[in-house]
Design a protein. Structure first.
Length: 115
């Protein structure tokens, strides 16, 4: 048996996360890989310390159960690659990430053709 370097099955911290939404509202609950063990995950809830490490399926299940308390509506997960530290801080504060601006169409100096 050869000893090969194993590449992580999941991205390392700071590159990917799963955000929980109920209806059209962001719950503030985020599941992301652990810093030291990227194949294990932690649940981040606003105003609370990170959860213990679990696999991705268990993390998403536990987070969705806590979001369902109170009989809320339909929930879903959004996978996203993390951006700046500001976005991460907003997520942990229970705010949605900063929307990415849509590029404007290029402006041309050429005159418009006659009708």
């Amino acid at each position: 048996m050869s000893h090969q370097k194993l590449t992580p099955k999941f991205p390392t911290i700071g590159t990917a996360e799963w955000c929980l939404y109920v209806g059209n509202s962001f719950t503030g609950i985020v599941v992301r890989p652990d810093e030291k063990y990227p194949s294990m995950f932690r649940i981040y809830r606003p105003g609370q310390p990170p959860s213990d490490m679990v696999n991705l399926t268990r993390a998403k299940d536990a987070a969705s159960v806590s979001a369902r308390i109170g009989g809320r509506g339909v929930f879903y997960w959004k996978y996203r690659e993390t951006g700046s530290g500001e976005d991460r801080a907003r997520l942990l504060d229970g705010l949605p990430p900063t929307p990415t601006p849509t590029p404007s169409p290029p402006i041309s100096d050429a005159p418009e053709p006659p009708p």
